[in-house]
Ligand binder design. Structure first.
Ligand code: ZN
Length: 132
């Protein structure tokens, strides 16, 4: 596994983009809306990993609920795996609680699945695999 990206929940993607562009001294490389998740995302490449900024596009969005409850900040850590189906099976059998038993489409050309933070010391973990 490698740390693929860190997801950060933001209230306003446009102002967050400006802030992180200045911080990293380079522009985001894409903006992508994932309608099924009610999020608009932007991505920055930072060394070998990425930063994913997430803004809610409706009040049903998990990002909206997260910000209501905890405020803006780090939302999840995403780890790249070679075979997401095999990892889901392995981790389920090892007793981890998965939010998704089967991978779904995520942003940035990935298949993704989340582990429940109850299983992972309060950290929301995303598994992701590049779509071939
Ligand atoms: Zn993510």
């Amino acid at each position: 596994m490698k740390l693929e990206h860190i997801g950060i929940a933001v209230k306003d993607l446009e102002s967050a983009n400006q802030l992180f562009e200045t911080l990293f001294n380079k522009p985001h490389y894409k903006i992508e809306e994932v309608a099924s998740e009610g999020v608009k995302t932007s991505f920055f490449q930072v060394g070998e990993s990425k930063i994913e900024l997430l803004e809610a596009t409706n009040e049903e969005s998990a990002i909206y609920k997260f910000i209501e409850k905890k405020g803006e900040g780090i939302h999840h850590l995403a780890f790249e795996v070679a075979d997401i189906d095999a990892e889901i099976k392995r981790l389920s059998e090892a007793g981890y609680q998965l939010i998704h038993q089967t991978p779904k489409d995520g942003a940035d050309n990935k298949r993704i699945a989340f582990l429940h933070p109850k299983s992972t010391n309060g950290v929301l973990v995303e598994l992701c695999q590049e779509k071939s």
